[in-house]
Ligand binder design. Structure first.
Ligand code: KG4
Ligand code: ZN
Length: 347
């Protein structure tokens, strides 16, 4: 069983090939990726129309390369997976259109995968895949969620952000500090030079017993702190503010995650999504999990941010568990779901 997967929900075009062998363990044969960071940098954020056009330019050359690197032919493909949502409508339509066309040409099914399910299952691409059940912390540019995961397609939402996502908090705070898009990794790099205790920033909702998050107030607090530094803050002051911002985000994410583990009684954690690449978050979660006797799994660093491998892998795991039929699109037809809650997915 050979699955070709496409990711095009935002500013990365990703294509990958995953094989489900007789042993049943899906393996990644190849993956190709083009990031549009340079394209959007001048605008300080993703411009949807430019994103769609660039996906169109990149998707077929990346597909040819992925096939070549895997040493397989297009005719060998048994199913074509694509990100059906959530994401930018125009960007999603590129991947969906190409996948539907290829699937119809090959006479194989097209499978519409949920982007967050791709992130959620991305640790299955690592050397040390998790076992079900586990708690998942999904932290990306658009989402911040704690889920209970009992199996492929069996997801229960435990808590989520009521306003900005964690990645958005990183990106917006980075903008306040004058750092380029995408702000998360830039802010994390600057934070390495600063003191995380220099500024007392709020930890919204931390002391409420629920598992929800709120990051909009933090961005305002960062803005106010930056204003107070005057027109030309020193490099050290900027680094201190970056470190304090990161500490506030990481603190809330890790403590709420530990609370989710305590409430569910589970001893396994999966961290996924772009913010999962953050080293400070990993360090704090590793320390808390070691103390709480919890096994924590991360995707490979390169697979934390958007990629095609996680989409092909999610489709493969769905196929393997027999829960793929709901994802199969009618031949030649396709649609996308720019807004699509993960817990609305049928197993
Ligand atoms: O999962 P992802 O690639 O795309 C979405 O599905 O949104 O996540 C992108 C987000 C951006 O907000 C980016 O700034 C953030 O992940 N990010 C990071 C780091 N790497 C990416 N945030 C903090 N530290 C990082 N090292
Ligand atoms: Zn993503």
């Amino acid at each position: 069983m050979l699955i070709l997967g496409f990711e095009s929900s935002c500013d990365e075009t990703g294509v990958a090939l995953v094989r489900v062998g007789k042993s049943g363990v899906p393996t990644l044969l190849s993956q190709t990726l083009h990031s549009q960071i340079k394209l959007h940098q001048a605008y300080g954020g993703v411009v949807p129309e430019l994103a769609s056009r660039d996906h169109i330019r990149r998707v077929l050359p990346l597909t040819r390369l992925a096939l070549k690197e895997a040493g397989v032919q297009l005719a060998d493909v048994n199913a074509v997976a694509f990100t059906r949502g959530p994401g930018l409508a125009g960007a999603l339509l590129v991947g969906a259109g190409v996948a539907a066309a290829l699937a119809a040409t090959l006479g194989v099914p097209a499978m519409g995968v949920h982007h967050l399910e791709g992130h959620l299952l991305s640790p299955f691409l690592s050397q040390d895949p998790p076992q079900f059940p586990f708690v998942a912390l999904l932290v990306s540019g658009g989402h911040t969620q704690l889920m209970r995961v009992d199996g492929v397609g069996r997801y229960e939402l435990l808590g989520e952000t009521i306003d900005d996502a964690a990645g958005e908090a990183f990106d917006k705070s980075a903008k306040v500090l004058g750092l380029p898009y995408p702000g998360g990794p830039e802010l994390a790099a600057l934070a390495k030079l600063g003191d995380p205790a220099a500024f007392a920033l709020p930890r919204p909702l931390l002391h409420q017993p629920n598992l929800d998050f709120s990051f909009a107030g933090l961005k305002t607090a960062v803005w106010t702190a930056h204003q107070r530094l005057g027109a030309s803050p020193s490099d050290q002051q900027r680094a201190d503010l970056a470190a304090s911002t990161q500490a506030a985000i990481v603190d809330v994410l890790s403590k709420k995650t530990m609370r989710a583990l305590a409430q569910t009684g589970l001893r396994r954690l999966v961290v996924a999504g772009g913010v999962g690449a953050n080293q400070a978050l990993r360090a704090q979660l590793n320390a808390l999990c070691a103390r709480g006797n919890v096994r924590v799994h991360y995707p490979e660093l390169a697979l934390c941010t958007d990629n095609g491998a996680m989409i092909a892998m999610a489709a493969a795991l769905r196929w393997q568990s027999g829960s793929h039929t709901a994802l199969i699109a009618q031949t030649g037809a396709f649609d996308v779901k720019p807004r699509w809650p993960l817990d609305a997915l049928a197993a």
